[in-house]
Design a protein around this ligand. Structure first.
Ligand SMILES: Cc1cc2nc3c(=O)[nH]c(=O)nc-3n(C[C@H](O)[C@H](O)[C@H](O)COP(=O)(O)OP(=O)(O)OC[C@H]3O[C@@H](n4cnc5c(N)ncnc54)[C@H](O)[C@@H]3O)c2cc1C
Length: 382
């Protein structure tokens, strides 16, 4: 077994670590206060090739492997998770469906602008009445005169409303299967299409500089050819997209947990009580040791899931385990990081206060912790 990273993986990790430290981290507090989308950072990340990492060069991507992409997500999220989730949602949810299921014409048409980061793309699966039960979608697309007529709504869609977003891929009911179940398909909806309305950005507990919006479709007309993949494949497609997305979210959680450890370790070495740095007290040392151990384990779990994916082997179970464990690790790490900071950890000017607010969503987005446990239980034959 070889746990070493190859030269390319190390180079991508180092570039992202440096970029996060120098360019992202100094802006993190201000982004959290203002909630403004970080256009300048996203542009720089696009220029570095970070917004198209796991796609082939022929579509403008960097041609990196999936683990490199996850390493990049970890490092960028260590700098700031709003930026990390913008990159993750754009890559795993926005661009991947084109690459995985699009026709050659669709790949050529959409991917270069997305992989360069000049444009962003969103993925609309969740609806007001269909969250964990994503197959419970109610949005409908009816085929008439060679066009899909879409009616319905979507909730909590990341990257849907930025100035550089060019569209959203949505799931919709397009008919009924022979067994009576809904036929769900995936349709490309460019921004500006009449009948497609992007709602106001939600006010959130954290991830404030990430763009999240409700969407509605009222007699929104899309040419029949702008379906992604085969009609009726929607459910299968988003399961595939979410598996890979969960590995990336695990990496994001590890980045955030590592940021908690970075801050807590630094604080423990400088804050003095009873005449010595609090890091000299065994109670504090054990908290830091536990954080370090759990982060290492969570990291290895996403590495393994990414490795299985790259080998073309089944990895749903490992993706769910990695996402579940990493998000709960980040929650524990943030809690201990605030505890180590004492009262200062409760103050906004200390990053750990922001980290504590930020960890919660990792247990919800791209499948809640309950959903991950359901997937793992199913793999046990339950
Ligand atoms: C900031 C943010 C960004 C997001 N970005 C996107 C995006 O880009 N695209 C997108 O499509 N979606 C996005 N989502 C939606 C996200 O994936 C959903 O919020 C998530 O899947 C949960 O759905 P829900 O919120 O409707 O909760 P619900 O499904 O209503 O769940 C409520 C609670 O019930 C539990 N529960 C539900 N069913 C079961 C069950 N069978 N057994 C046990 N417990 C159960 C859940 O685990 C949860 O604790 C985003 C959400 C947020 C908050």
């Amino acid at each position: 077994m070889d746990f070493s990273l190859n030269e390319e993986q190390l180079a991508i990790r180092n570039t992202c670590r440096e970029f996060a430290e120098q360019e992202i981290k100094p802006l993190a507090e201000e982004m959290d206060h203002s909630g403004k989308f970080p256009y300048a950072l996203i542009q720089k990340m696009g220029e570095l090739g970070l917004l198209g990492l796991p796609f082939p060069e022929q579509y403008g991507g960097a041609g990196a492997d999936f683990l490199s992409y996850c390493l990049a997500i970890e490092e960028i999220s260590r700098g700031d998770v709003s930026v990390g989730i913008t990159m993750e949602a754009h890559t795993s949810l926005g661009a991947s469906p084109f690459y995985l299921f699009g026709s050659e014409e669709q790949k050529q048409r959409y991917l270069p602008a997305l992989t360069s980061g000049k444009q962003l793309w969103a993925f609309g699966l969740t609806e007001p009445e269909a969250g964990s039960d994503s197959g419970g979608t109610q949005t409908r697309a009816v085929l008439r005169d060679g066009h899909w007529h879409i009616n319905g709504s979507k909730a909590f869609i990341t990257n849907a409303g930025t100035e550089i977003t060019s569209g959203v891929t949505i799931t919709a009911i397009t008919g009924q299967r022979s067994d009576g179940r809904k036929e769900i398909s995936t349709i490309i909806v460019p921004k500006g299409t009449p009948g497609y309305t992007i709602g106001n950005a939600y006010k959130k507990m954290a991830w404030k500089a990430s763009d999240t919006r409700p969407l509605s479709f009222e007699d929104c007309v899309i040419p029949e050819k702008d379906m992604l993949g085969e009609r009726g494949d929607g459910f299968k497609q988003f399961m595939q997209i979410l598996d890979a997305g969960r590995v990336a979210i695990a990496a994001l959680s590890v980045g955030l947990a590592q940021a908690c450890l970075d801050e807590a370790l630094n604080y423990a070495q400088t804050r003095k009580q009873f005449g010595q740095p609090i890091g000299k007290f065994q109670a504090i040392q054990f908290k830091l040791a536990d954080m370090d151990m759990e982060i290492e384990l969570a990291r290895l779990m996403y590495w393994k899931a990414a490795w299985l994916h790259m080998q073309g082997k089944p990895y749903s179970r490992e993706a769910s385990m990695a996402k579940l464990f990493a998000s709960e690790t980040a929650k524990r790490a943030a809690d201990q990081a605030v505890q180590i900071h004492g009262g200062y950890g409760f103050m906004d000017e200390y990053p750990v206060s922001r980290y504590w607010r930020s960890v919660k969503i990792n247990e919800i987005g791209e499948g809640t912790s309950e959903v991950q446990r359901m997937i793992i239980a199913k793999s046990l034959g339950l």
